[in-house]
Design a protein around this ligand. Structure first.
Ligand SMILES: Cc1cc2nc3c(=O)[nH]c(=O)nc-3n(C[C@H](O)[C@H](O)[C@H](O)COP(=O)(O)OP(=O)(O)OC[C@H]3O[C@@H](n4cnc5c(N)ncnc54)[C@H](O)[C@@H]3O)c2cc1C
Length: 472
């Protein structure tokens, strides 16, 4: 038997690993494999920081798996096609009768697994990326919910009736010599993801701290980008190095009745974890979302104006709207962006600049440490109003009002736009008049005027809605 690790580099609550340990025959060598496929990953627009974060976890798992008698080989092949070839040949050479792995949700990954099965490899797949198995939460007519709130209600009902399986941590059994060959790629001092601890340390320190002390203030502080009011767990969930079922276990250990308290403030963080489940179900039921399709078909043929100069200004944080520019610089310099700012920058790109949401989706993927197709696509299509349970098309965030509301003293803006340090709080959200008055040439002019852009965006979207009605 061979264990094939993919988006599940963990010993904690890993269904494929559990099956492997319980079913491998005594004569089987305890062998696991992980492929580094940078060409394929780059085709999927994975950022360097995400790749680095995954590699750090892969190499640290060599020792951890050795403690439970498994030898992990990290194999470099360029593409999924080469992965299938390698597995097939490996099984033939070593007379392997079964390969076990946790399934991956995305389209190319599914195609790869199907191809392997069709070529005769006995691949047993488990599910490790969600709390409630995907496909279980359905409407009365057995379809996927198109609105989040009823999905959430049904999700909670399912959990209350069925519970969930949690496999816990695996204890050390036998020690084999861990090989560290191949890990020359990782120099932690130069590692782009060095500010993010490995999952074990994150679980013990950051997550525990969050649950014990910050969770109760989450609702109040989650929208303020200048403070660390959110958990920071997204890179770990996206890379599969922390299990979502472990997260729920942790929450229920603290608040045993949480599933019954969906109206309480305490529920707010779990609500976000359920959004994650919603988007994963959406991709499960609508695989075309992996292939750049708009969820709302009427938007599929839209020709977005797509001004390349505006796109460049947005990417570089030079729009002349401080909250947008600071947010984009946070993304470009740290590989992470606060959720409120993801909403604002995505809205700005799609509505103020009328640029195709797919351009933004791809750019986010190329920068984010937590880049995740389901959540990123969900977030972008929500913002562009092309998605499932999306923002209404006529809702256009005002970047100045949003900045006044969520960064009233410009604390966040000043971190990433230090050139605006001297601008008074009241003026910092749109400093152009102030800068002109004081003859300070230190910031870019606004690339669009909010009022005009808003009117144009609504007219543009209205024309799509009208054409759609005409087609019925
Ligand atoms: C345009 C856009 C793009 C996004 N791209 C991604 C992405 O590539 N990867 C990603 O993990 N999240 C993405 N999100 C969702 C969200 O912004 C991040 O999950 C969150 O900011 C991560 O920070 P945190 O872990 O501190 O979140 P917390 O507030 O602590 O939330 C806990 C967890 O809940 C989940 N979650 C929270 N909000 C959402 C949401 N809106 N949709 C789905 N799951 C959510 C995440 O797994 C998150 O880690 C995107 C949102 C938008 C609007």
């Amino acid at each position: 038997m061979l264990l094939w690790l993919r988006n599940d580099l963990r010993t904690h609550d890993n269904p494929a690993l559990h099956y492997f340990l319980n079913h491998k025959k005594s004569e089987d060598v305890g062998k696991a494999i992980f492929f580094v496929s940078k060409t394929q990953w780059r085709q999927h627009h994975w950022s360097e920081i995400k790749i680095d974060f995954i590699l750090r976890h892969a190499y640290s798992l060599i020792k951890e798996l050795a403690r439970i008698g498994i030898k992990l080989d990290i194999v470099h092949v360029d593409t999924f096609k080469q992965q299938t070839k390698y597995i097939k040949e490996y099984c033939q050479q070593h007379a392997i009768s079964e390969v076990v792995a946790n399934a991956e949700l995305e389209y190319n990954e599914q195609q790869r697994d199907t191809a392997l099965i069709e070529q005769g490899v006995n691949l047993t797949l488990f599910e490790s990326d969600v709390i409630v198995p995907k496909g279980k939460i359905l409407t009365k007519s057995n379809t996927m919910f198109k609105v989040y709130t009823p999905f959430k209600r049904a999700w909670l009902k399912y959990l209350l009736s069925n519970g969930f399986e949690y496999l816990g941590k695996i204890q050390a059994r036998e020690n084999i010599t861990a090989t560290t060959k191949n890990n020359s790629d990782i120099d932690i001092n130069n590692s782009p993801s060095k500010h993010w601890p490995l999952a074990d340390e994150f679980e013990q320190e950051v997550l525990t701290q969050f649950i014990n002390h910050k969770h109760k203030y989450y609702k109040e502080k989650r929208d303020i980008p200048s403070i660390k009011g959110t958990s920071g767990i997204s890179p770990y969930l996206a890379a599969g190095v922390i299990s979502p079922r472990y997260v729920l276990r942790l929450l229920l250990n603290h608040w045993p009745d949480l599933l019954l308290a969906s109206d309480s403030e305490n529920f707010c963080w779990l609500n976000e974890i359920i959004w994650r489940e919603f988007y994963r179900n959406l991709l499960f039921h609508h695989p075309a979302l992996s292939k750049h399709q708009c969820f709302k078909a009427k938007y599929q043929q839209v020709r977005w104006p797509n001004n390349p100069k505006h796109f460049e200004a947005w990417k570089q944080g030079r729009t002349g709207y401080p909250i947008i520019d600071a947010a984009m610089r946070q993304l470009n310099t740290t590989g992470w962006m606060h959720n409120r700012l993801r909403m604002l920058t995505a809205s700005f790109l799609t509505k103020h600049l009328l640029i195709d949401w797919r351009w933004g989706e791809q750019y986010f993927m190329q920068q984010l440490i937590d880049g995740d197709l389901a959540a990123n696509n969900g977030g972008w299509q929500w913002s562009a109003s092309t998605g499932c349970d999306a923002q209404p098309y006529f809702r256009v965030f005002n970047p100045i009002r949003q900045s006044e509301k969520f960064d009233p003293y410009g604390k966040f803006i000043r971190i990433y736009l230090p050139e605006l340090n001297a601008v008074p709080d009241k003026e910092i959200h749109f400093p152009h008049k102030y800068l002109e008055k004081h003859q300070l040439d230190i910031y870019w002019p606004a690339i669009v005027e909010h009022g005009t852009a808003r009117v144009e965006a609504i007219a543009f979207y209205q024309s799509i809605e009208r054409n759609d009605k005409g087609n019925i």
